[in-house]
Design a protein around this ligand. Structure first.
Ligand SMILES: NC(=O)c1ccc[n+]([C@@H]2O[C@H](COP(=O)([O-])OP(=O)(O)OC[C@H]3O[C@@H](n4cnc5c(N)ncnc54)[C@H](OP(=O)(O)O)[C@@H]3O)[C@@H](O)[C@H]2O)c1
Length: 313
């Protein structure tokens, strides 16, 4: 099968499209014919070395010190179940699924085998029926990140939420999910994304590049920082101060992303009801994965960047 391997850490062009052995499912695994994967912020951190040392070191301890232990990287997939092992109960051949492979990686490929049970090596669910495979990759990654933090924030109807980094994969999902749960939402993003974040349903949008003190007047119950701890700024600090007494600030980087199929299933219901629409900025074919990494690393994308996986020929 075709797969993208990452033989060493480095810039986007370390990635190479190669022919590798197609995996076969064990008794407790499903084999997924991948139709779309995604290039996420996490993928660029895994491949590259642009993270502060305090993030890079723990990551390298898990993924490999001098080069990735698992050469096929990629954390997000959507596709069809091609075959199942004898012990599989939740899925059958032909099911359309979406999920995150976590430390199992391996999503930059035509096929991936994974367990049906949740672990740090992934979680898998039936995908929403009303979206494309590409959109499903944005929903899986951004949706899992955003929904976990919204649940941790115990968001209540009528509360005021500040989404810091509202235009990225998790930010676009956070804005829409917070609206779905009845919150009043203020999104923070760069100038070019103001109208876009507004179109997602944000009641108010603030430009982080202009740092306008008046824009922060208000008392927020919850701040969701989806830009991550590696991206600090004086404005972010002031946003924290705009919280009302007892208000909570939750960063996307507070603790581990929980890989829970139950949460993916919840997102499926919300998306199928039309309350949330996952956003895909651009789709690249697997053969152009280097460009996709360059594009994500450059910054400024809206929602997620998907990669379509072709099976013709
Ligand atoms: N805890 C975990 O286990 C875990 C797992 C996976 C991912 N993550 C974290 O999740 C983060 C978010 O992922 P994502 O895919 O949603 O990211 P993303 O799509 O790259 O979005 C980043 C957002 O941050 C904004 N931003 C960038 N630089 C900024 C700055 N200096 N000040 C303010 N805002 C800024 C961007 O806005 P503009 O484009 O408008 O600048 C964009 O809205 C990752 O960076 C990673 O740290 C955590």
């Amino acid at each position: 099968m075709k797969a993208v391997v990452c033989p060493k850490y480095g810039p986007p062009d370390v990635l190479q499209l190669q022919e590798v052995t197609k995996p076969s499912p064990r008794h407790d695994e499903v084999c997924i014919k991948i139709r779309a994967t995604a290039v996420t912020a996490s993928d660029t951190y895994i491949r590259g070395s642009r993270l502060p040392l305090r993030f890079l070191l723990p990551m390298r301890l898990v993924l490999g010190i001098t080069k990735p232990r698992k050469s096929v990287i990629g954390m997000v997939l959507a596709g069809e179940v091609e075959s199942v092992g004898a012990s599989i109960r939740r899925f059958q051949a032909g099911d359309r699924v979406y999920g995150v492979t976590g430390f199992g990686l391996g999503a930059y490929a035509q096929y991936k085998c994974m367990k049906e049970t949740d672990s740090m090596n992934g979680c898998l669910s039936l995908m929403p029926t009303n979206i494309s495979y590409e959109e499903a990759t944005s929903a899986a990654y951004g949706g899992l990140l955003a929904l976990q933090r919204i649940e941790e924030g115990r968001l209540q109807r009528g509360q005021r939420v500040l989404v810091y980094g509202a235009s990225g994969t998790s930010g676009t999902m956070a804005v829409q999910l917070a609206r779905h749960y009845g919150a009043e939402v203020t999104g923070i993003c760069s100038t070019r994304n103001l109208a876009f974040v507004h179109s997602l349903g944000a009641d108010r949008v603030i430009d982080y590049t202009r740092d306008d003190p008046d824009a922060l007047i208000g008392r927020y119950d919850l701040m969701l920082d989806t830009a991550g701890k590696a991206k600090q700024s004086p404005l972010k600090e002031r946003c924290r101060q705009a919280l009302q007494p007892g208000g909570k600030c939750i960063s996307i980087d507070d603790g581990k992303l929980e890989l829970k199929a139950e949460r993916l299933a919840k997102l499926k219901t919300i998306i199928e009801a039309g309350h949330v629409k996952p956003v895909v900025d651009r789709t690249f074919p697997l053969e152009r994965i280097v460009e996709a990494h360059e594009y994500v690393e450059h910054g400024g994308k809206r929602g997620g960047v998907a990669v379509s996986v072709d099976h013709a020929g």
